[in-house]
Write a protein that binds this ligand. Structure first.
Ligand SMILES: [Zn+2]
Length: 420
C-alpha cells in the first residue's frame, strides 16, 4: 500500500492523473487511484503526525524535482547580512579576494549552506551537484559544512559533491593530496579549473586529477572558462583522458563557453569527439557570451544540466537559487519560442540532468524517485516563461514544501529572497 497520494496533477502538462508513492518511489500513475491506508506512516518532514497523506494537485503541472547540476553551496552567504564586494572582476582576482576575505566572513558556513538548500527546495530543486572548495587554506572544511547542511534538511536535497580545487592544482603544492583525501572522505567527483588559464600546465593538472579520480573510481568535473581554441584544446585533453581511464559517462565540463565561439566545422568535430568519450556538460545562462550549441549536444546524446552557479557569494551577488529561472533565461538567449523548445529547456533543468546527479531515471514515471514539483500553468512553456511560485514540492516521497513553506530542516524562519 502506498503512503502518499498526489491527486489531480498533469505530468509535463499532459492529462490529469493521480500519483501513488511508496518507499520514496512513484509506484502508480493513473486516474482515480485509492488514497493511502490509514495506518501508513505520514511521509512528511513537518512537525507531528498531522501532515496530509493526500496532496491535492488541483490540476497543476507535475515536473520531476528540479536538478541544480552546478552550484557552490559552500561559498554562499544566502539569508545572511549583505556582503559588499571587494570588487575583483577577473577569475584570478576573484580567487584571490575569496581567499583573502572568506575567513572574516565565516565561510564556509553550515548555517548559510542550510539556508541555501532550503531555498533550493522552495524553488522546487530536489537534487544538486555542488562544487566545494578544497585548498590548503580551507582543507576539507567546506565538504564537512555542506554535508552537515544536507543532514540538517534531512536528506531532502540529494547531493553530489565535487571536491573543487578553486585555487589551482599544479601551482598549489599539496592540493592533489587534499583531493585524494576528499575522495577518500566520499567526494563523488574531483573538480578542476582552467588547467591552462590558471595552472598554465593543462597536461599536468588533468593528468593529476584523472589519476586520483581513476584510483577512487569517481567522476571528474572541470570548470573551463578559457576561450576559443585554448578552451577547445583542453576539452580534447579531457576527452582523451575520459576515454583512456574508462571514466567516460562520469566526466563533465562546466561552462566551456568557448564552444559557442568556434567555427562550425571545428565545433561539430569537437562535439563528436566529446560525445564519443562520454563527456557531459553543465552550464548557466551566461550574459555576454555566445550561447552553447545545446541542441547539437543533446542530439549527440551528451548529458546536459543547468545550474545556478554561485548565488550571493564573493563571485557574484546575484542569483536566487531558482534553476527554472536559469532555464527560462537560457531559452530566451537561444530565442526559443515553440512549446517543444520551451519544454526542452525545462527538461535540461530536470529529467535530462539525471546522469549528472547519479540517477538512471529522474522523471514523472513509475519506478522513478518520488521527487516532484507542482507548477501553475497551462503548458510547460507557460510555466517556464512565468516561473510561478512552487507551492508544493515532494522529495524522496515526502512532502518538503507545502503552501510555499519549506518543511525540511528549518525552524520556519522567513527565507531571504523567498518567493513562496
Ligand atoms: Zn562554478
Amino acid at each position: 500500500m502506498h503512503s502518499l497520494l498526489i491527486r489531480d496533477v498533469r505530468p509535463w502538462g499532459g492529462p490529469p492523473v493521480d500519483l501513488a508513492v511508496e518507499d520514496g518511489v512513484v509506484r502508480g500513475i493513473g486516474p482515480g487511484l485509492a488514497p493511502p491506508a490509514n495506518d501508513s506512516a505520514p511521509p512528511s518532514f513537518g512537525p507531528g503526525s498531522s501532515r496530509p497523506r493526500v496532496v491535492e494537485g488541483r490540476g497543476r503541472i507535475a515536473l520531476p524535482g528540479l536538478v541544480n547540476a552546478h552550484c557552490h553551496v559552500d561559498k554562499t552567504w544566502w539569508g545572511g547580512p549583505w556582503v559588499s564586494s571587494p570588487g575583483a572582476s577577473t577569475v584570478e582576482g576573484r580567487i584571490a579576494q575569496e581567499r583573502e576575505h572568506r575567513d572574516r566572513l565565516g565561510i564556509p558556513d553550515p548555517d548559510a549552506a542550510t539556508r541555501m538548500l532550503r531555498r533550493f527546495l522552495q524553488a522546487g530543486t530536489t537534487a544538486i551537484r555542488t562544487h566545494v572548495d578544497v585548498d590548503p587554506g580551507v582543507g576539507l572544511r567546506g565538504i564537512e559544512a555542506v554535508r552537515e547542511a544536507g543532514e540538517r534538511v534531512g536528506g531532502a536535497v540529494a547531493m553530489e559533491v565535487v571536491a573543487f580545487p578553486q585555487d589551482g592544482v599544479v601551482r598549489r603544492p599539496g592540493v592533489l593530496d587534499l583531493l585524494d583525501d576528499a575522495a577518500r572522505a566520499g567526494a563523488d567527483h574531483l573538480g578542476g579549473l582552467d588547467p591552462a588559464g590558471i595552472d598554465r600546465d593543462p597536461v599536468r593538472q588533468l593528468d593529476g586529477i584523472f589519476r586520483v579520480a581513476e584510483r577512487h573510481g569517481i567522476g571528474v568535473d572541470v570548470h573551463l572558462h578559457d576561450p576559443g581554441e585554448l578552451g577547445s584544446w583542453q576539452a580534447e585533453l579531457i576527452a582523451e583522458r575520459a576515454a583512456a581511464t574508462g571514466l567516460g559517462g562520469r566526466v563533465t565540463i562546466s561552462h566551456g563557453f568557448f564552444l559557442g565561439e568556434l567555427p562550425e566545422r571545428r565545433r561539430l568535430e569537437l562535439l563528436d569527439v566529446l560525445a564519443e568519450a562520454g563527456v557531459g556538460w553543465t552550464t548557466v545562462a551566461p550574459l555576454g557570451r555566445p550561447p552553447l550549441p545545446l541542441a547539437e549536444m543533446a542530439e549527440r546524446g551528451m548529458s546536459l544540466g543547468l545550474g545556478t552557479d554561485g548565488v550571493r557569494d564573493l563571485w557574484s551577488p546575484f542569483g536566487d537559487g531558482d534553476v527554472l529561472r536559469i532555464a527560462q533565461n537560457l531559452a530566451a538567449m537561444l530565442r526559443y519560442g515553440t512549446d517543444e523548445d520551451l519544454e526542452r529547456a525545462a527538461r535540461w533543468a530536470s529529467s535530462a540532468a539525471a546522469p549528472l546527479v547519479g540517477r538512471e531515471v529522474h522523471d514523472v514515471v513509475v519506478g522513478a524517485p518520488a521527487d516532484l514539483v507542482l507548477l501553475e500553468g497551462e503548458t510547460v512553456g507557460d510555466a517556464l516563461t512565468a516561473c510561478p511560485p512552487r507551492r508544493t514540492v515532494v522529495s524522496g516521497g515526502a512532502l518538503v514544501v507545502e503552501d510555499g513553506e519549506v518543511l525540511a530542516g528549518g525552524s520556519g524562519e522567513v527565507l531571504a529572497g523567498g518567493g513562496g
